[in-house]
Design a protein around this ligand. Structure first.
Ligand code: NAD
Length: 353
């Protein structure tokens, strides 16, 4: 990929990767200077959190199991009260983007250290970005205090991620890498990570879908998710992420599924402006990379239409308007009619063109 000139200031998260790496958690928590840790989870993963807390022994003061999608500030306030009451100086986030978002929200307010054990492929653990919702409005901010200090990728914690969620979460990760390839502030290191991350996930997802609890593909998928999350943390995103942010924030659509539906169409929209990116993707995704992504989702039983996510058809016009409003770099200029047509195809589940 042509990168004539660039600046690169890599983010400093410490990473442990491998099956069973959570056995090093207590050591890592202590090394991060944490003496009283609060373990964070969603209600569905509280059991997993209890086990993690048990392994931490005296270093853990308890489990807060109330993390929710899109980091609502009222949940953050409840967790903040628990954190203050127990004299907590660090959080251990066990889960996907929702749980990691809560940890980031607490770190942004108090400066507590974060140790993260990711259990999906969404990639939030590798970014200094926090999205929060208050009164139905989603805002995003970024800062060094939001970036987690330590990330422990223990493959064993991903075996319980259901097949459907594994596929959509994996394609969510691929989306970060695809947009990194055409980011104007990208660099050759991120390009290499992006292509390697996409390759790993495209190979792993069919194996996981065939036997989610069997373990095959789990290591490659989490490896790919780490690389793709690193891209998300280090370079700027474009039309695809903007469309998904709009559909999630203003229409309540689910995060990973929305990424899965939109990605082939957003890539098809940008394709004419990025021939070198399409050429780099062909060995991984086939002659038509956008069609390859669409087929990957469809063949693995993931949703391929916004209609299937219950978006009303008349939302297309408003979503087009909203995605035209913010200023962000995109390789192909934002053309309202073409974006509306792109969203209409995504709504109907048509092939990307
Ligand atoms: P999630 O964290 O909401 O998880 C979805 C569901 O799956 C939850 O109920 C969770 O408990 C469950 N789950 C997760 N891992 C599991 C496992 N291994 N076994 C069994 N159940 C499991 O979903 P997500 O897609 O990871 O995160 C989405 C959220 O993260 C969105 O709010 C999105 O905006 C945010 N996000 C933020 C960033 C960032 O950089 N700030 C990046 C990516 C995503």
């Amino acid at each position: 990929l042509p990168r004539d000139s660039f600046r690169f200031n890599p983010l400093p998260t410490r990473v442990l990767f491998g099956a069973g790496t959570r056995s090093a958690l207590a050591e890592e928590v202590a090394a991060a200077g944490i003496t009283r840790a609060l373990v964070l989870t969603t209600p569905g993963q509280k059991g997993m959190g209890e086990e993690i807390a048990q392994g931490l022994g005296d270093l853990a003061v308890g489990v807060f199991g109330g993390a929710a999608m899109h980091t609502p500030t009222d949940v953050t306030q409840v967790a903040l009260d628990a954190l203050t009451a127990a004299g907590v100086d660090g959080v251990v986030s066990v889960g996907g983007g929702s749980t990691i978002g809560l940890g980031k929200a607490l770190a942004a307010r108090t400066g507590v250290a974060q140790v993260v054990l990711p259990t999906t492929y969404a990639g939030s653990e590798m970014t200094p970005i926090l999205g929060e919702t208050e009164d139905g409005l989603k805002t995003t901010r970024s800062g060094p205090e939001i970036q987690p200090e330590v990330v422990i990728y223990d493959i064993e914690l991903t075996h319980s991620l259901p097949a459907g969620m594994s596929v959509t979460s994996g394609i969510n990760a691929i989306a970060h890498a695809v947009e990194a390839l055409y980011a104007p502030n990208g660099n050759p290191v991120m390009d290499a990570l992006a292509l390697e991350g996409i390759r790993a996930l495209v190979g792993a997802l069919p194996r996981i879908a065939a036997d989610p609890a069997g373990g095959a593909g789990r290591e490659a998928a989490l490896y790919g998710a780490w690389l793709c999350g690193t891209c998300l943390g280090n370079v700027g995103m474009a039309l695809h992420h903007k469309l998904c942010h709009t559909l999630g924030g203003s229409f309540g659509l689910p995060h990973a599924e929305t990424h899965t539906v939109i990605l082939p169409h957003a890539l098809a929209y940008n394709a004419p402006a990025v021939p070198e990116v399409m050429a780099a993707l062909r060995p991984i995704l086939g002659d038509d990379p956008a069609a390859g992504l669409h087929a990957l989702a469809r063949d693995l039983g993931a949703p391929v239409s916004l209609r299937a996510l219950d978006l009303p058809e008349d939302a297309i016009d408003r979503a087009t308007e909203l995605s035209m409003q913010a200023r962000y770099p995109n390789p192909r200029p934002l053309e309202a009619e073409a974006i509306r047509a792109t969203l209409a195809r995504a709504w109907a589940g048509d092939a990307p063109i």
